[in-house]
Design a protein around this ligand. Structure first.
Ligand SMILES: CC(=O)SCCNC(=O)CCNC(=O)[C@H](O)C(C)(C)COP(=O)(O)OP(=O)(O)OC[C@H]1O[C@@H](n2cnc3c(N)ncnc32)[C@H](O)[C@@H]1OP(=O)(O)O
Length: 132
């Protein structure tokens, strides 16, 4: 799993107990997964369909640097299923895991449409294909 996006936990990200607010983390993950799906499926119109159990493994605190990892685990006809992990960038301690996040490829009317993709595409491959 590649960990692309990093976040520096700031005061506005905290809950009243002083640790990272789960809602902030979920917002970041939803956006991260959407961007991953957009890149993989080559379509800016993808929507979150389903998120499985969310395991808040450990908390993060102000000043921590965290990183978010997403990887595709299944390509359906219109859907893409991903797995997610968030961890502390310095200690590598796991903060959150989500086994399945399903995004659906939709057309301009919001209807599911086949994406035609079957495997993970790496950015380097995409550029190489465009250069040829
Ligand atoms: C990034 C964002 O913030 S998006 C905003 C939040 N998300 C939304 O607003 C989406 C709201 N939901 C919808 O618009 C609709 O449910 C849609 C368009 C996503 C899907 O419509 P549906 O009528 O369920 O479509 P359909 O039954 O054809 O299923 C589409 C795909 O989703 C999969 N799917 C449907 N329900 C589920 C489910 N509960 N769990 C997992 N996958 C599911 C199907 O298996 C199918 O995948 P496949 O084509 O790869 O086999």
């Amino acid at each position: 799993m590649n960990f692309h996006t990093r976040k520096w936990i700031k005061p506005e990200d905290l809950n009243p107990n002083g640790s990272l607010f789960g809602g902030s983390l979920l917002r970041w993950i939803d956006e991260e997964a959407a961007i991953y799906a957009i890149v993989q499926l080559g379509n800016p119109r993808v929507v979150t369909k389903y998120i499985s159990e969310i395991n808040f493994v450990s908390s993060a605190k102000q000043g921590d640097i965290i990183e978010m990892g997403i990887t595709a685990i299944a390509f359906g006809n219109t859907s893409l299923t991903m797995r997610c992990e968030v961890r502390n960038k310095i200690t590598r301690k796991s903060i959150l895991t989500i086994d399945r996040m399903v995004f659906v490829n939709v057309d301009e009317y919001g209807n599911p449409v086949a994406h035609g993709k079957t495997e993970i595409k790496f950015i380097e491959e995409q550029f190489a294909a465009e250069d040829n």
